[in-house]
Design a protein around this ligand. Structure first.
Ligand code: ADP
Ligand code: MG
Length: 643
């Protein structure tokens, strides 16, 4: 006795929504191998529901379904997915083709999911395409096919895995009579060769070629009619081209290749996604690169100063209003020491002492305050810090008695005070006195802070400031260490210990601290950029899942498991993340080079950054795709392809 292919007893399906809908009620149905069954009935009767349950696209809520003797309720989800791919070939009313993909690749969909070898895929697809008369279209985009051709494609696709059962839901619903006849002929041919066919149709003519008609009304089996006896071919085949059970590696490989092809088929979307990662990773690389270059720059400057600079302060009792005279005499005393090139005096003025403003302080309360540094300087101090001042002779006035109510503005200080345009001759207020702007310092290669500073004569500064003046000495390279001992002796031979000397080498520890703080800060900014990139990409992918629902459902119908769908989406994330990461590395490194060029720094770049960026991109891509992938894996195939 022949074992039934399908055996359904008292099967029901209830959809739970606001009100429960009982789409199928106590259905009994047996289908034998080699039959051609037409399911007919009015719209809404439950035909598609029955077909989807037969095809394992959705599960029933009560009763029993035996597929080739196996109770489908007892199968694991992945076994069901695999069994579906092997046993059934689906043809839907709307052909649901992947429009951007070629006709041949559309036909091969189920074969790829099953992991069939490529050479075998090519053979099978070529044979099917010529059988269905669309061989000449093999390499065309499926979206360009006519309705009839698309339905042939759908049939070819359903046949690729040599299924034992063809399930067709109104396959001729959208076709004209010529194409309807063509499709009927194909189904009949298949049935004659031994394939079991179950077709839902409204069309009496289509139903008439079946060997049996089953009508469904209101979710229940109505009358059935045997039209003709089934001639059972003893060679009737009852098994698909079963590929070896796929291991995890194969599964990944399949998902990865599918992801890659999906990405290349939608280049615009892929580019957009990669751009999100590129900007994120680029920002991170640029941030890290610029901060490293800045740290390198700071360290170079400090190293350079350590080679040829030292500074000293005189004891407290030598200071005071007359202090500067003492500074000057100290400079005279050390001028003859070997290795001394130039010495100048600097006085830091606290903001509260300086009280800088553009207008007389009490005249106008609301005026903007200046919060940059204020420094007293002598002519030679500006000189030894390698400052560029316009006009060139302005610094000379700082030392001259007639220059005591003059001020030189750093370029950025002038901007902050609002006198950047035609500043010379303008007046500003410092510590209650009106000073005339006599020059603008545009650059100071050894002390960049001067570019932000308001620079007053050192003597004026020591009168208004509470802090000590400091004398900076430029030496020949290598002289700071010996001079650190010689200078106090030259200034105060009686008690050299009262002169305190600092060499810049002492600042090296400070530099490390600054550099690492800066690096952390900038890395945080970069990290935030990358998070934004992830968020954008994740949103884009999440939104695209809805648009891709039919595609996902189709893959599921052709045997892809939930985990394969998930892997596919994560692979897409990995691939665009990698591409974006590499592009971001290029963008970031370019930014670093440009930023350093603009600042006159030496760019610090490491090759490591490239693979780190690639890794960061892939990680970001994978992370961003987790949510969209989960959503994609939860797509119900039956709903998406329901006619
Ligand atoms: P047919 O294919 O015969 O036109 P269907 O099988 O598509 O009918 O639908 C049968 C019944 O089940 C209809 O009343 C339909 O509204 C209902 N139905 C189908 N899918 C769902 C669902 N997901 N949720 C609630 N009701 C549904
Ligand atoms: Mg239907």
């Amino acid at each position: 006795m022949t074992v039934p292919l399908i055996q359904i007893s008292t099967l029901s399906k209830t959809y739970q929504s606001d009100v429960d809908v009982m789409a199928l009620r106590d259905i009994n149905l047996v289908i034998y191998p080699g039959e051609f069954v037409a399911i007919v009935g009015p719209s809404g009767a439950g035909k598609s529901t029955l077909l989807n349950i037969l095809g394992l696209l959705e599960s029933h809520t009560a009763g029993e379904y035996l597929l080739v003797g196996r109770n489908v309720k007892q199968l694991s989800e992945s076994d069901r997915d695999e069994l579906r791919g092997e046993t059934f070939g689906f043809v839907f009313q709307d052909a649901h083709v992947l429009r951007e993909d070629s006709v041949a690749r559309n036909v091969a969909l189920g074969l790829r999911i099953a992991g069939v070898r490529l050479t075998r895929q090519i053979e099978i697809v070529a044979a099917l395409l010529s059988r269905l008369g669309i061989a000449s279209r093999a390499n065309q985009n499926a979206g360009l096919l006519s309705g009839g051709e698309r339905q042939r494609l759908a049939i070819a696709r359903a046949l690729a895995n040599s299924p034992s059962i063809i399930l067709a839901d109104e396959p001729t619903g959208n076709l004209d009579s010529k194409n309807t006849h063509a499709v009927m002929d194909i189904l009949l041919d298949l049935n004659r060769e031994g394939t079991t066919v179950v077709v839902i149709t409204h069309d009496a003519e289509v139903a008439s070629i079946a060997s049996r008609q089953v009508s469904i009304v209101d979710g229940q089996i109505g009358e059935s009619a045997i039209i003709k006896d089934v001639i059972r071919d003893p060679t009737s085949h009852s098994g698909g081209e079963v590929a070896a059970h796929q291991g995890a590696v194969r599964r990944w490989a399949t998902a990865f290749v599918e992801a890659l092809s999906t990405l290349t088929l939608k280049p615009g979307r892929s580019l957009l996604l990669a751009t999100a990662f590129m900007l994120g990773v680029g920002g991170l690389v640029a941030a890290v690169g610029v901060s490293e270059s800045a740290a390198h720059q700071i360290s170079n400057q400090i190293a350079a100063s350590a080679l040829d600079e030292l500074s000293f302060t005189l004891p407290d009792d030598a200071q005071g209003p007359e202090g500067l005279a003492d500074d000057e005499s100290a400079i005279l005393r050390i001028a003859h020491l070997p290795g001394v090139v130039l010495a100048g005096v600097q006085v830091e003025v606290a903001a509260s002492d300086a009280n800088v403003s553009l207008l007389r302080p009490n005249d106008f309360d609301g005026q903007p305050s200046f919060d940059g540094p204020v420094a007293g300087a002598t002519t030679s101090f500006l000189d030894l810090e390698e400052s560029k001042v316009a006009p060139e002779n302005a610094p000379a006035l700082l030392n001259s008695p007639i220059g005591q109510s003059s001020v030189i503005l750093g370029r950025d200080a002038a901007r902050q005070l609002g006198v950047a345009v035609a500043p010379l001759g303008r007046q500003i207020w410092v510590a209650g006195q009106r000073l005339t702007v006599i020059g603008v310092l545009s650059r100071s290669s050894r002390d960049a802070e001067l570019e932000d500073s308001v620079i007053v004569p050192a003597q004026f500064a020591s009168m208004i400031a509470h802090s000590e003046s400091e004398t900076v000495v430029r030496t020949l390279p290598g002289y700071p260490a010996p001079l650190a001992e010689a200078v106090p002796l030259a200034i105060d031979p009686g008690s050299p210990g009262r002169v305190s000397v600092t060499t810049v080498a002492d600042l090296r520890n400070l530099r490390r601290g600054v550099a690492s703080n800066l690096g952390t800060l900038i890395a945080i900014v970069g990290g935030v950029l990358l998070c934004l990139g992830c968020l954008t990409a994740s949103t884009l992918m999440f939104l695209s899942v809805s648009a891709r629902t039919p595609e996902i459902a189709l893959r599921r119908a052709f045997g892809a498991s939930k985990s394969t769908i998930r892997l596919m989406f994560v692979s897409e994330g990995l691939i665009v993340g990698l591409a974006g990461g590499l592009a971001g590395a290029a963008l970031g490194l370019l930014t670093v080079v440009l930023a350093c060029l603009a600042q006159g720094w030496e760019p610090v770049e490491s090759v490591d950054l490239i693979w780190q960026a690639a890794l960061a991109g892939m990680l970001a891509g994978a992370l961003s795709s987790i949510l969209p992938a989960t959503r994609a894996a939860s797509v119900e195939p039956s709903q998406a392809i329901r006619a």
